[in-house]
Design a protein around this ligand. Structure first.
Ligand code: XLS
Ligand code: NI
Ligand code: NI
Length: 436
């Protein structure tokens, strides 16, 4: 059997003192933290599209990267080789999950039925490799944005024929995700959005999107796919205004169209910042509304301001993310999917290893720090004390709905000016630094 990454044997945990760049300093998969192993907490996944199909092209130039599995042969031969290379990579890096779009893993054919046949052939190989390696599918999805037929959207396209085509593609993608025992299924909006309102019936398009999701739920039940659906919010790119703008916008949509019980969110760090939120804001909002499903773990660049999909490397971000995720009960079906690609100049296969090692280690560190913060309970205690007024007296009356505006006015008149209390932001920032 061909070896596609001969330069790396197996990436192992060697601890923080190691100087080996091909080792983990903080990610020790079997180590228990707060009752679960690091592997169970973090549930890392490798994404297929960037890691194996992303070859460095950008808006200004074509590919810079060439991979041994991507050379010569027919499109189907390349697809087969790429699948073997992918499982070699998953195994060597020690990640137990992967994520894919239908069109990442198998080439689109001349017709829909040929595309489906191509997919079936590659899925059979993936299934065999999953069985051999124990690596599992975190989620599958359909690419409803690359082909020109989707230029004006898929489920929100002005043409019902495109809606039908997208439905057929999602139907098949759900079937293969089930075939691979996928833990979940993602809907990222792709080109569901608009560039100009003068040519767009926004209300009708959103009605159609909801219809599409209801049809997907019906089919999910029909085939007995048990995993949750996730919507992945993103405010812009490729359209000027994406319909699934942010977590709050998605939640309003899900509630309006009676979809909330079937969907959770796949929160992506870079999409959060594009929406002018922090990553942890979007996580906390999702936890608070019981819709946190999974995470696309990456980062943007504030100076560039687009979806740069870089590998996470900021210990503050990963600490706050893990603090919120663990306080929210941790992942069940979801995980941390590295929806990230190496930079255009990082052309060697070994760069893929460095990228994933760094990302896994920075989340592992974040987990360790967050666990210490949770064990000590200092931040939690501070918040409890800050809101303590609500646990008794007037606060309880308001929360329990046992007081009206007239009585509140009486209370305010009697009690005079409320006493001010410091928010202690600087102190809390200092304490956070002590943990990190
Ligand atoms: C693009 C999205 C995409 C989804 C999967 O911005 O992040 O990669 O995660 O369709
Ligand atoms: Ni993503
Ligand atoms: Ni992205």
């Amino acid at each position: 059997m061909n070896e596609f990454f001969p330069e790396v044997k197996q990436v192992r945990y060697e601890g923080p003192k190691s100087k080996n760049p091909l080792s983990f300093k903080y990610y020790n998969a079997p180590e228990k933290i707060l009752g679960k192993t690091m592997e169970q907490h973090l549930r890392f996944a490798v994404c297929y599209w960037h890691t194996f199909k992303g070859l460095g092209s950008d808006q200004f130039g074509s590919s810079t990267i060439s991979r041994s599995y991507d050379q010569g042969g027919s499109a189907m031969e390349i697809a087969e080789n790429t699948m073997y290379a992918a499982f070699e990579f998953f195994t060597k890096i020690g990640v137990k999950f992967w994520c894919f779009h239908d069109r990442d893993i198998a080439p689109e054919g001349e017709s829909l039925s040929e595309s489906n046949k191509n997919l079936d052939r590659i899925v059979a190989i993936a299934k065999k490799l999953q069985n051999n390696t124990g690596v599992k599918t975190l989620w599958g999805t359909a690419n409803l944005f690359s082909n020109k037929r989707f230029m004006a959207g898929a489920a929100t396209n002005p043409s019902p024929n495109v809606f039908a085509y997208a439905a057929a593609q999602v139907k098949k993608a759900m079937e293969v995700t089930k075939e691979l025992s996928g833990a979940g299924y993602v809907f990222w909006g792709g080109r569901e959005g608009y560039d100009m309102l003068l040519n767009t019936d926004m209300k009708r398009e959103l009605d159609h999107l909801a219809k599409f999701f209801h049809l997907a739920i019906d089919y999910k039940k029909k085939i007995g796919f048990k995993g949750p659906f996730y919507i992945e919010p993103k405010p812009k790119e490729p359209t000027k205004h994406q319909y699934d703008f942010d977590a709050g916008n998605c939640y309003a949509f899900l509630q309006k169209y009676d979809l909330a019980e079937y969907f959770k969110l796949n929160v992506e760090a870079n999409h959060a910042t594009l929406a002018s939120h922090s990553f942890h804001h979007e996580l906390q909002y999702s936890v608070d509304n019981n819709i946190l499903g999974s995470v696309d773990a990456n980062r943007g660049d504030l100076l560039l301001g687009w979806d740069t999909d870089q590998f996470p490397n900021d210990i503050y971000e990963t600490t706050l993310a893990m603090y919120i995720i663990i306080n929210g009960g941790g992942f069940t079906t979801g995980g941390l999917n590295f929806d990230a690609h190496v930079r255009r100049q990082s052309i060697d296969p070994i760069d893929l290893f460095y990228a994933h090692i760094g990302a896994m280690d920075v989340f592992a560190r974040g987990l360790r720090v967050a666990a210490n913060m949770i064990k000590d309970g200092k931040f939690k205690k501070f918040v409890q004390q800050r809101y303590a007024g609500w646990d008794k007296g007037i606060g309880q009356k308001i929360e329990k709905g046992r007081i009206d505006f007239v009585q509140l006015e009486k209370y305010a008149l009697e009690n005079g000016e409320p006493k001010l209390q410091s928010g202690r932001q600087e102190l809390l920032e200092n304490i956070l630094n002590e943990y990190i």
